[in-house]
Design a protein around this ligand. Structure first.
Ligand SMILES: [Zn+2]
Length: 508
């Protein structure tokens, strides 16, 4: 259990058109999954789609098809995007999958047996598009949905309730003893004060809605979409079906979520798990939102960023790099194509790409593409820097500070570019110092090898192309990260491919 991690994205509402928000959470989860795999951990990475609810049912009947046919068509938009974005998930949970339905019903039965579920009457204001009940206390006289602003419907009906209020004190105690449970800290405080204001029992079933998971033994009721959706994390981890898998990956679990759905994950979900006597996940991290050129992204403004389009225009690794580098994970960020182009021209073309291109070019110009390992092989200044970078990189990655981790990596890039200027290989060549020249070129190539490891979680394609150029094995995840990230352990001889630009500058 110590060397395994379970990393999740939320399951996305299948009726949504995938946008930058979905791409962001999923990219971050992929970066983490690749990072831990590289370090030799066993990783389970899950994502998926939430496919139930009234909106889907209505939309399907409007089209004259069944809800299942509709979601089967819609899910492809997400699956294709993840393929295009190089998302290396292990599990894709669809809430309409029979194995998930069974898990949800088993979970409901368990909570029922333990006395945390009761039948009552629910009366409240419901937003159909958001599939959310709103308590009167959160509404003003317009009776509009606080999230989307659309009119609410008054509903009174028989409903099953989950006794969430009984977990108010246990949750507060848990938060107190687990200060890293919810990150960043501002979100932790927000959730803590929300719980302190008092928790109400949660209505978890509806009547008259067919497109949902039926309550066992009372199938007139279907389960509330959030109750159904959150349980996907147990389905993916093999709860009730694969005890070995489950004990390997639960609770060393990281949930990544957008800040808009933190409450469900940080209050309702832990309450449900406590009711089932299951340990809580290790961490719930809420990231910020993207605005677009300074404005809130919305369909009505017509400024929704289409990840497909960005990848077609700029390539998947520029897009991934920008998402992870531009903003501190946890804070809000602003997206613009101009910023993407500027950042990728500066960081990827002028700095990183230029370093690789120059180095390979010189190895060909002066050494016919071959550089042997110097002996003895030392460079104290460079080794000291590498140690600092490694330490800083791990420190930030373990705290999901992706942008800061990349800043560390770029110290190696900047150093190498300065080193080339300072040591002036062309001078060594002119002066006939061929041994010094080869030693210097080897160091530069080895720096590129080290970069392939650091960059792999963020830009897997680029890292593998770089290794191909260096004449190295593309099987990074099979390498021992601890050993591989050392100066002295590069190959005896580099025999490199001819230089091709990894990131040609984008000219507007
Ligand atoms: Zn709404």
């Amino acid at each position: 259990m110590d060397n395994s991690f379970y990393i999740t994205t939320p399951i996305y509402y299948v009726n949504d058109v995938p946008h930058i928000g979905h791409a962001y959470t999923t990219c971050a989860a992929d970066v983490l999954a690749r990072y831990y795999r590289l370090r030799g951990y066993r990783v389970l990475f899950s994502t998926g789609t939430d496919e139930h609810g009234q909106k889907i049912e209505k939309a399907a009947w409007d089209l004259g098809i069944s809800p299942q046919e509709l979601v089967d068509k819609m899910v492809v938009r997400f699956q294709d995007l993840w393929e295009k974005m190089n998302i290396s998930y292990d599990e894709f949970i669809r809430t309409t999958d029979p194995r998930h339905i069974k898990v949800v019903q088993d979970f409901f039965r368990l909570l029922d047996e333990r006395g945390y579920i009761y039948l009552g009457d629910y009366e409240g204001w419901y937003c159909v598009p958001c599939e959310t009940f709103w308590p009167e206390s959160q509404l003003d006289e317009r009776l509009a949905c606080p999230d989307c602003g659309r009119p609410l419907e008054k509903l009174k009906e028989e409903s099953y309730f989950f006794a969430l209020s009984r977990f108010q004190e246990p949750l507060l105690q848990y938060l107190e003893s687990h200060p890293d449970f919810i990150m960043p800290e501002s979100r932790y405080r927000e959730i803590e004060s929300f719980i302190r204001r008092g928790l109400k029992d949660q209505s978890i079933s509806r009547v008259g809605l067919e497109w949902g998971i039926p309550v066992p033994s009372h199938p007139r009721h279907t389960l509330y979409v959030w109750f159904d959706a959150l349980i996907n994390y147990l389905t993916a981890a093999g709860w009730g079906s694969s005890p070995d898998k489950f004990s390997t990956f639960w609770p060393s679990t990281y949930h990544l979520v957008g800040k808009d759905i933190l409450r469900f994950h940080a209050v309702l979900w832990p309450g449900m798990l406590m009711a089932a006597s299951l340990p809580l996940p290790q961490r719930i991290f809420a990231h910020g939102w993207w605005t677009v050129e300074g404005e809130k992204m919305s369909k009505s403004r017509g400024n929704v960023v289409d990840p497909y389009l960005m990848i077609d225009r700029y390539g998947v690794d520029r897009f991934r790099y920008f998402l992870m580098r531009e903003v501190s994970f946890g804070l809000d960020g602003d997206f613009s194509e101009k910023a993407l182009v500027e950042r990728s021209n500066a960081d990827l073309s002028d700095n990183f790409g230029n370093f690789v291109h120059r180095t390979l070019g010189m190895v060909w110009r002066y050494k016919k593409g071959v550089a042997r390992k110097p002996s003895p092989y030392q460079d104290e200044e460079w080794e000291k820097l590498l140690e600092e970078v490694k330490e800083g990189f791990h420190y930030h990655m373990e705290r999901f500070a992706f942008s800061q981790a990349l800043e560390q990596v770029w110290r190696l890039v900047h150093f190498a570019n300065r080193y080339i200027e300072r040591e002036a290989p062309w001078k060594l060549h002119k002066e006939g110092k061929e041994k010094e020249l080869e030693d210097l070129l080897y160091r530069l190539l080895d720096n590129a090898r080290l970069l392939s490891f650091f960059l792999y979680p963020f830009m897997p394609d680029t890292a593998l192309r770089l290794r191909e150029l260096l004449g190295l094995s593309p099987n990074l995840e099979g390498e021992n990260w601890g050993e591989a990230l050392q100066w002295s352990l590069g190959p005896e001889v580099y025999s490199v491919r001819e230089a091709q630009p990894l990131f040609p500058r984008i000219v507007e």
